[in-house]
Ligand binder design. Structure first.
Ligand code: AOF
Ligand code: ZN
Length: 344
């Protein structure tokens, strides 16, 4: 076994948590090795609770086992007190010989400081710079390296590629199981965004309902450039944010922000509010804008078994190959990654 194989084990630990359980913290895993044997493992299980390294440490009663051992951890141990105390401070007292780090923590509160602290305490620290953190925590990684929210586009389509019939009430495309999957995705996003057209025709709640979460609901964001929503009687008072270019609208309401409708500016504004990631749920014209401006990192397309008439509203056709494809309920879910997206 070499460093990379032990780190792979630590990454397997990290993904034992569901992304929404540690949200908005990253998923992190740790393995402690001595004489070629694993002494203990641990992972960050829940936001606000113990970090990976500490969970691994706590599982061993006889603390002398750690003397001369090596800790493999997917993310640099944190340097600050935070909610649970600094890992870099605690680790110094375990008698470890070496710490191997997968990635440097891009969060400015640590960002290299954890490694420095361990080295000053006489512990050998090696950084592998592997992709684990980026792959396991794409939004966390993206947000802290670019200072823009990670944009995930999401669209549900009929089997024949349409999103909705042009007239009348919207037909529901996804079934209960597919909805649960969407809600699991929503649960790892800081904000959900839609366009005014979708607000008017669908009146979606944009909340996480099918699964239990202990963190706050995502911020609900509507892009309403022309101020079409100003004379409607939607209640936007609780956890909504409307971006508009319409002066009249913004004067009346506290939940409205007057801005240029440029998507990049809106993303910058959301980042200032610590929005790590946004799920854009439609409609197709808003999604097209994100695609056209290359301001997206990931796209989910749920192609359901429902069929819509040929004069319906067209969905999105993608030429690129999906990263993966799974059946969820009545839908085939395809996940696309934008490798040249924005400022990756
Ligand atoms: C670690 N080990 O397992 C994790 C780390 O909110 P707190 O106090 O729990 O701290 C969260 C920050 O700590 C988070 O933003 C990230 O920078 C780091 N996560 N660090 O040493 C862990 N989950
Ligand atoms: Zn920590």
């Amino acid at each position: 076994m070499n460093d990379l194989t032990w780190m792979k084990l630590a990454a397997d630990e990290a993904i034992r948590a569901m992304p929404y359980q540690t949200f908005e913290n990253p998923r992190v895993g740790a393995v402690i090795v001595k004489d070629g044997q694993v002494i203990t493992t641990g992972y960050h299980e829940k936001f606000g609770e113990a970090h990976a390294e500490i969970n691994a440490f706590n599982r061993v009663k006889n603390k002398t086992e750690f003397l001369g051992a090596t800790l493999y951890v997917t993310l640099e141990p944190c340097s600050t007190q935070g909610k649970v105390g600094s890992c870099a401070v605690q680790i110094q007292n375990w008698g470890l010989k070496r710490v191997v780090v997968g990635s440097i923590d891009p969060n400015p509160s640590t960002n290299g400081k954890g490694i420095k602290m361990l080295r000053s305490a006489g512990i050998t620290v090696d950084v592998l710079n592997t992709v684990e953190n980026k792959e396991i925590n794409p939004a966390f990684h993206y947000f802290y390296t670019t200072r823009l929210p990670y944009v995930q586009l999401k669209l549900a389509m009929s089997q024949n590629g349409f999103v909705a019939e042009k007239f009348g009430k919207r037909k529901k495309l996804t079934d209960e199981l597919a909805d649960t999957d969407v809600h699991r995705e929503r649960a790892t996003r800081s904000a959900i965004m839609i366009g005014s057209e979708t607000m008017i025709t669908d009146q979606p709640m944009l909340t996480v309902r099918h699964i239990n979460i202990s963190h706050k609901q995502p911020l609900r964001v509507v892009i309403d450039r022309r101020g079409r929503l100003q004379n409607t009687n939607f209640d936007f008072s609780n956890n909504w944010l409307i971006y508009t270019e319409n002066v009249l609208f913004s004067k009346q309401h506290s939940y409205v922000k007057l801005m240029s409708g440029a998507l990049k500016d809106i993303l910058i504004d959301l980042a200032k509010q610590n929005i790590q990631s946004v799920m854009v749920e439609g409609g197709p014209s808003l999604i097209h804008s994100f695609l056209k401006e290359n301001l997206w990192q990931e796209m989910l397309i749920y192609t359901t078994d429902k069929v819509l008439s040929k004069d319906s509203l067209k969905g999105i056709s993608v030429s690129q190959k999906p990263k993966n494809e799974v059946q969820v309920g009545n839908a085939v879910k395809k996940v696309y990654i934008n490798h040249q997206g924005g400022t990756q």
